[in-house]
Write a new protein. Structure first.
Length: 220
């Protein structure tokens, strides 16, 4: 009969050894990459040496994962999976005859915000709805229609652009931006139309010549 005290002690030893191995190695993605936006990123393994880490040479280790598409040191990023896993990708690291579970932490989109170029809309032009993403990496980056879907209570949307309708019988437009991979992240913004027409928007508008500007000044 197995003595439970020894069995538990044995399990604790295995746990401590496994934890030590896990802490000895880590995975990092290329520092110049933008995994927040792009779909592929290079991944390397590092070993702890003293107070820091050194990168292991290719061929000295092997990485495998069933969480994502990983080939020849490059990880394919599935935005849906990244959001669901909170950015964690599980790997198995084979090095020096050991097989060690390790994790790669990818940045995750945690929020969005509007960063509009103007505070009102000229209804004679399409209006670009600029959305920025706030990531767990601390970066704030512009998002495109691959990331967010936008709706409006007037007019129509083409990608990230609002297209005014033929009849302008309203004074404001409310936009709703929603993250495709995380629908709970959704924000609204109301923007007013310019009330007064800008003469520079007229089809036959021409800038005043230098002589016309001088004559107008003299009249004043």
């Amino acid at each position: 009969m197995i003595d439970m005290k020894y069995f538990i002690a044995f399990l604790l030893v295995l746990l401590c050894v496994g934890k030590a191995y896990c802490q000895q190695y880590r995975l990092v993605y290329d520092k110049d990459a933008l995994p927040e936006l792009y779909e592929r990123v290079g991944v390397t393994a590092q070993e702890q040496k003293g107070n820091g880490y050194v990168t292991l040479q290719p061929g000295k280790y092997k990485l495998t994962t069933t969480d994502a598409d990983y080939r020849n040191g490059t990880l394919g990023i599935d935005r849906n999976k990244v959001q669901q896993s909170k950015g964690v990708v599980n790997f198995n690291l084979s090095v020096q005859g050991k097989s060690i579970p390790v994790q790669l932490q990818l940045p995750v989109l945690k929020g969005i915000r509007y960063n509009l170029y103007t505070d009102s809309i000229k209804p004679v032009l399409n209006y670009y709805v600029n959305i920025e993403g706030e990531f767990t990496s601390g970066k704030i980056l512009p998002l495109d229609a691959g990331w967010v879907s936008i709706t409006a209570d007037h007019g129509s949307i083409n990608g990230m652009e609002w297209i005014p309708p033929a009849e302008l019988n309203f004074e404001k437009v409310t936009f709703t931006a929603t993250v495709k991979t995380a629908p709970k992240i959704s924000i609204k913004k109301t923007v007013y139309l310019k009330k007064y027409a800008d003469p520079r928007d007229a089809y036959d508008y021409k800038d005043a010549t230098e002589d016309e500007v001088i004559r107008n000044k003299r009249r004043r």
